[in-house]
Design a protein around this ligand. Sequence first.
Ligand code: TEU
Length: 550
Amino acid sequence: MIERKWWKEGVVYQIYPRSFKDSTGNGVGDIEGIIQKLDYLQSLGITMIWLCPIYESPNHDNGYDISDYRKISDEFGGSTSFDRLLEAMHQRGLKLIMDLVVNHSSDEHHWFKEAKKSKDNPYHDYYIWRGDNQNQSPNNWQSFFNGSVWKWNDTTEEYFLHLFTHKQPDLNWENPKLRQEVYDIIEFWLDKGIDGLRMDVISLISKRLEFSDVPNDMPFIDVMEQVYANGPRVHEFLKEMNDKILSKFDVVTVGEGPGVNLEHGPRYVSATEKELNMVFHFDHLTIDYGLEGKYDPVPMCFIRFKSIFSQWDKALANNGWNSIFLGNHDFSRIVSRFGNDGIYRLESSKLLVTLLMTLRGTPYIYQGDEIGMTNVSHESISDYDDVETQNAWRAAEDKGKDMNKFMKAVHWQSRDNARTPMQWDDTEYAGFSSAKPWIPLNENYTSINVAAADVDQNSILNYYRRVIAYRKANHTLIYGYFEDINPEHQQIFCYRRWDTYGEFLIVHNFSDHAVDWENPDKTLTFQIGNYDKQNKSKLAPWESRIFCKV
Ligand code: TEU
């Protein structure tokens, strides 16, 4: 029997604050902007908001490089705005989940500024140092964002480790003092009254201290899984964190888990292990990575896509809980990636939210997906802001790659696809700001925007509202068992959800063509779908239907 919890029964909406709503007219989204949009968010029916980092940061990686963990950045409105947001959310019964980025800090954090001064500085051991020869890196590890993970520090004549950019030195979790600092930071925010934490790359905090070379031909996905993630002490550290601090509050935790696979996943989230409540695994989001990774995309295998959901459901069925998501600020727009953002943009966006709301696990919606925002295709690399995209581009140039082909990969995979400003209306700058936004808008804002969607009964937005409400009202869709009843079908994803309260059948046609299909169980009646009329023996392109026994 699965234990009932508020965070299992809710729906999360993820906000990338920089791109959500600018209230000051400087082209950058801010907290007051979020407060202005709380009515809108509430109208969606979501119950929790996950905010990407809003702490003080030099923003080399847009807030994932924190220079003061206790300070809300002035650019976003500082602590006064933050307190107002938290209060306004709680008044409405909305829960707030904050990002916690403690695998690494910014190199501009005072810990690192001290640490690099000398080997006997009290903060030196807050970071990870190796090697003494400037001409020879300690090993051949490559950063998530290209190039070596090691950077030389002149003053102490050694390298420090950075799995992301050199502006994001990795913290040394082996040091109990550092761990206590992290728990104190968590306590600071939980005492303020926030309701949960999304923990950035938490699967990477325990390093394999031998720092052995990785085989040159090892695909990056395998390096992530076998070398960088799931290190020897990760579960010990998370148990300690839970014991010392998390267990004292009724909060939700979700750990971002690059490299967390089916074998390791259950350990992170099992209710008996007492570590985290949920993880974000990436099995379905790396499904189109080729041998050279993200910018070497290969066609997706639909059978595998379905099996990932089934396997994870099975792995966590008796102990633990899943997070259900298809995209976030690090991946392409879900309709462009998993749907059809051309003639079936409406239908396939609606299909994807029907999928999110009918799988077992807590669903996460990323800002803008509720109006079917799409990828962008800038002609010039200079229109891209993201450090990962920029570094990947430079590395490809250095390797002499075909840059036209690479640009296509950027259009498909760049993280900036998800970071273009939220499209509120069709006025200049899309109602996001009164000034030129920090990152170029998607030009389609004149037709794809909240104002237009709000008044159109057939819009993606209004369908989101219906299907979110339906999910929340049906216990079986939250907790019920899951079974894929046709795993081998090349176009259709069809599954049952059931428990003692009821039974559901959900079917989706993941293709641009009509497909023969008949409801196999006439005791189940049609409830909700993304087409006005249903054909008895066919599913239309990107059609979704929910059936239920009443
Ligand atoms: O992402 C971690 C992570 O795995 C990503 O780097 C991912 O591999 C990549 O974005 C796919 O293209 C988290 C944050 O979500 C991301 O925004 C940060 O840049 C990163 O950590 C470093 O903090």
